[in-house]
Design a protein around this ligand. Sequence first.
Ligand code: SAM
Length: 316
Amino acid sequence: ADSDVADEAVRSTCDDASICKRFATSQGYWTDPYIQYFVRQMGERKAPEINRGYYARVQGMSHLLDAFLKRTQCDCQVVNLGAGLDTTFWRLKAENTLPKKYFEVDFPMIVARKIHHIKTKPPLSKPLIETHSADSLLLDGHNLDSDRYCIIGADLRDISSLEEKLRKFQIITELPTLFLSECVLVYMTPEQSSRLVHWVANTFHTAMFINYEQVNMADRFGQVMIENLQSRQCNLAGVDVCQSLDSQKERFLLTGWESVNALDMMAVYGLLPQEDISRIERLEFLDEKELLHQLLQHYSICWAVKDTLSLGINFT
Ligand code: SAM
């Protein structure tokens, strides 16, 4: 029962992420016309550094995803692990850059909620129907499967059942495949997340894995972040206070990946298009620059590549 409470707390984190993203988009940080259909409430006002942090997270992840789609000319698959209520499928559809098939995995309970929103809201269901040719669209309470979009309910800690479900919904291990995990691996033990990334490297011929999560938690600021998460009874199995950029990289280098890069979000912030940074920095006045820098230094993007087909997907 303790682990049920912990898993329930982990599931609730997907609302937090979406509420924060919805708030930031309402302030003009970036555009997302679909998120309103997943989270009705905007929640209370978020501090400017939180909004800027989410901006860097969403832009950083999209930048690498878009680069992969471009390099593979969309002749690829994308698998979003622990996708929660993420809206990337609809963005790619609108931009006409959908991969061959876009997969999402999350706990069955989250997936059921997501599917309910999709079923009942035409702005969400219409793009999905438009990308589907046959009349046999599978849309039961727990799975959604169409030509280009598939949502699977599974526990990422149970790899054999994950693999079985992905295969059931026609994942092709020979096609270049991008795996995304955004604030997800932190909820698993280091052994569980290593097994997951190892399975990907072992199973897919040409793959990239992009992971966004906390780093450098050993200092005072990191301790406060951990206490915050723990106060909500979250199962933070993966929070290793010693997790540094190097240990992020090590997870991949020890599990069969060819090359890996990692940057903290302060570095990512500096690499994002600076005109857009100037634009968003004018949206809200930020008194305490130091707080933003601290926050950005405690998150990272790490990306690993196994490029058997020599596609040049190693963006350094
Ligand atoms: N990736 C989304 C985003 O960034 O907006 C959601 C992030 S939320 C912080 C973490 C998500 O990971 C939740 O939706 C949670 O249900 C999912 N998750 C965590 N552990 C999982 C597991 N073992 N199996 C499946 N999903 C998991």
